[in-house]
Design a protein around this ligand. Sequence first.
Ligand SMILES: [Zn+2]
Ligand SMILES: [Zn+2]
Length: 351
Amino acid sequence: MPSYGSGQAATSLDESEKVHEMEIIRIASYHRRGFDLAVAWTNPREHDRVLLGTIRDTSATLGNLQCLPLEIIHEIFLLLDIRALFNFRHINRRAQQIVTVACGYKAVVTHALETLCIILRTTIASWFTLSDLLKVLYTRDCHLCGSFGGFIFLPSFMRCCFFCIQEDSLPPVLPLSIVKKSAKSRPGHPNTLVPIVKSLPGIYSMDEIVRKRRVQIMSAEYFGRLPLHKADDRTRATQEKETELLRYMVTTSLPYLNTETGVIQNGISCSGCQIALEKALRSSRTGPSSCALRDKVYSYDEFMQHFRECREAQKLWELSNQGVDVAKISEFVRRRGYFKKRDVIMSFHSQ
Ligand SMILES: [Zn+2]
Ligand SMILES: [Zn+2]
């Protein structure tokens, strides 16, 4: 049985290995911000407005609710949808205080504030609870392909990856206007029957297409809940043109939180593979795998496995004098995969 001393030595070795790995990750990888900007996102200036809101009443009591023990109130919070929870939080200062210490609230606000803002602004917040969001925050891999998934598909709160968004592997989505045409007239607006995402004005997809008008979008997986005339209408609705951009409008970035280590990950790409692609382009020797490798998004562990096989990433590490000097990196990596100043272009976003 190992002595306490040797166990401690092993722990320090593990820790120094972890530090070494994080240094390699810092030098040889980057987060592909260009992917985050191709889906729904908000200007960070808006975060405070969403988070702080306007306190409607300056009184500091919860009225009759005050009689309940705090644990019961927190149990009720778990049942409230995100919109209702935020509405409650804005009632007064006391309400704000007790929501702030509710289970999971801090994790979401600390690590997924951008996602939370999108969820509130796209009006999907009234369909899901904070626990639903936490479940996705704690899930690492794409539900559809198993790769690292740095995104959430809003109509069903499903973890997904950028590749599945780009390759159209998500459940089909369509504008509500098309569905309404096929719906039988009967009481009950579709908005009250199925989750609807109200898109935000923005620039979508890697082709950077501007959309200023907000569109109500639903997932075809909820068709069963709607009173459509017949199966043909459902098929026709999913085949409508102009639906290509919609999948970018109903997804947004969401980091992964490892609950055991507390480490948050956004997904990283290999700087070495970008350099390899640029070299191949110069010599006109690009293969179909060059772009795929450049666009792959890894978790930290997956990246370290890749690093052991990627000669260009290893060269970057060596050139940096093992993390001491800043290695000369490609312009694409330095700009994290995007070139245009979308912050400027997106100024109409907050209007
Ligand atoms: Zn995927
Ligand atoms: Zn690589």
